[in-house]
Design a protein around this ligand. Sequence first.
Ligand code: C5P
Ligand code: MG
Length: 261
Amino acid sequence: MWRRLVSLSPLLSSSKSRLINQAYGFNACQLFSTQVLNGAEDGVSGTRRKPFITFVLGGPGSGKGTQCTRIVNAFGFTHLSVGDLLRKEIYSNSENGSMILDTIKEGKIVPSEVTVKLIKNAIEASQNNRILVDGFPRSEENRIAYERVVRAEPDIVLFFDCPEEEMVKRVLNRNQGRIDDNIDTVKERLAVFAELNLPVIKYYSEKGKLHKIDGTGSEDEIFERVLPVFAALRNYPTADFVLFKFLVTRPSVYYMITWVP
Ligand code: C5P
Ligand code: MG
């Protein structure tokens, strides 16, 4: 434990986090210090703490992917785009490839067992304990399957709220060569969003996990609204964080920690 506390110090000095610290008066990396992997230093190589999972929701073109990139850069998360995981399956000639392609073309939802397996594998393969799962869960079925298989809930959920006309405009202008970025599929995706995704959003809202972000305006304006969500997490009361605070407020213990050879 002591060694882990000492080993955090290099994390706290990156130039990116210094900028965020200056702007927001806190240490971005420190927010998630309780979620750092147990490394070989602790003699438990291969085991890891429960990752801090953020689900990122919003309709097609609401800015999920763009804002995830900004969160990755500012807070060191790993970004798992579930749409991208599914698209990779299509091109890797997996047994589900053609079913996934057809489902995406129609703007429908891929069966949860396929999607949840991909997410679980990607979380396990990641060395990072701060993870953004972008575009999931798209339905109550998705959500329940995740809870059953991963046996965990997300720590927080971001929802980018954006009017339909704006989302349609963005999708049709983004030109990323996606087979589902055409007006017919977009209409279907919007209908699926309203019917299947909004109930999930309501569920997390009732659980107090939802952070609704106004998804209109420029990338920078939207990111300004995202930052306070992560700033608020500095008081996230995990057991390790409480212990950490307890230790560092006692000078004699702190002295011992900093002088561990
Ligand atoms: O999130 P993104 O817009 O990249 O998703 C593209 C498509 O991937 C969706 O319209 C849907 O067909 C499929 N998808 C899914 N289940 C998810 C996420 C995406 O079926 N959880
Ligand atoms: Mg996306």
